[in-house]
Design a protein around this ligand. Structure first.
Ligand code: AVI
Length: 323
């Protein structure tokens, strides 16, 4: 399907915001695609918080169970006198268990949650600050996928990248990301990663096609966001949420599928985008791992796995890695 810029448009690409640039590139591509980070405006972050509480979405609950069982072991394996840094912290709800375990072992705990969403960080600060003895929270608003914050303080760091967020990167991007994290670590620092494991396809399917339709709303929020922020005219009713397990790629794919042939105007891009019935916008991949795919990816990123904790069903893995 072709897309075109209207001849009446006087909009210069140089004036485009980063969001406009990404939407223009994605919707002009063939097949159409939009990067998953666009899900997370304030509304999308709230929808994601709702997803984490759905009965079908086992990931957050299972990782929390691992932390509830092993937080003391995890932080003592990581080192002494640690400062905690969390990349993509969101509201940092699970991290609390690790913070509390650290606060039991050391006199002072510094916690640096890093996220693109200022509102999610505000929530992280309000749930943690003042509630845990000797904890200081220092939120950092930045897109860590582009700029790795340079955090230099005395003592060892434990960097968290949990929730299987690494599964939303393509493998080469994940390796590139790990190399950048590695560059910000000193010898002795550690990285704690969460990985969602390959499992029964019906369970995976249910987790991304929940019965209340929250994941569908989360997926469609990217179109709602284009409407809100770029003057788009997407009719959300005319797109279906499509999520399926792709065994060859070991990933859940999420798409938005046009129900009919349609043209959609996006004012700030000065463009009309054409969709045939059945045309899809690919919005997210969520890779699922095995212990060997984890080891291979870590090794390409310059890390070695030191210890792994898992739940009784082995649905999720928490891996401590060092450079
Ligand atoms: C943030 N990330 C790990 C979630 C996942 O499961 O891939 C995002 C998500 N997409 C749909 N539901 C949740």
């Amino acid at each position: 399907m072709i897309s075109f810029r209207t001849t009446s448009s006087k909009i210069s690409p140089a004036a485009f915001t980063p969001l406009a640039e990404e939407v223009l590139a994605g919707l002009s591509a063939c097949p159409k695609t939009l990067p998953p980070k666009l899900f997370y405006d304030e509304h999308g972050s709230r929808l994601f918080e709702q997803i984490t509480e759905l009965p079908e979405y086992y990931l957050t609950r299972t990782e929390r169970e691992i932390f509830a069982e092993y937080a003391t072991e995890i932080v003592s394996q990581a080192g002494n006198n640690l400062t905690l840094v969390e990349l993509g912290a969101g509201s940092a709800s699970k991290t609390r268990l690790l913070v509390e375990a650290l606060a039991r072992r050391q006199l002072r705990v510094g916690f640096y949650p890093v996220d693109v969403s200022a509102s999610a960080l505000r929530q992280a600060v309000s749930t943690l600050n003042g509630h845990i003895r000797n904890l200081r929270v220092h939120p950092i608003v930045t897109d860590y996928s582009k700029h790795m914050p340079l955090l230099s303080f005395p003592g060892q760091k434990l960097v968290l990248f949990i929730g299987s967020t690494i599964g939303n990167f393509e493998t080469d991007e994940a390796v590139e990301f790990l190399r950048r994290v590695r560059g910000s670590l000193r010898p002795g620092d550690a990285l704690l990663l969460g990985f969602d494991m390959v499992k029964d396809p019906s369970q995976l399917h249910a987790a991304y096609n929940d019965s209340q339709g929250v994941t569908a709303q989360f997926n469609k929020n990217v179109l709602a966001r284009i409407n809100r922020e770029l003057g788009g005219q997407f009719d959300l009713e005319e797109f279906d949420h499509v999520a399926f397990w792709n065994p060859g790629m070991s990933r859940i794919e999420m798409h938005l599928e046009s129900r009919l042939e349609q043209k959609v105007w996006v004012r700030d891009l000065g463009m009309v985008f054409h969709f045939a019935a059945g045309d899809r916008i690919h919005t997210e991949n969520s890779y699922k791992f095995t212990s060997s795919s984890i080891a291979a990816m870590l090794s390409r990123g310059g890390f070695r796995p030191e210890r792994t904790w898992t739940d009784p069903n082995q649905w999720f893995s928490t891996v401590l890695a060092r450079r």
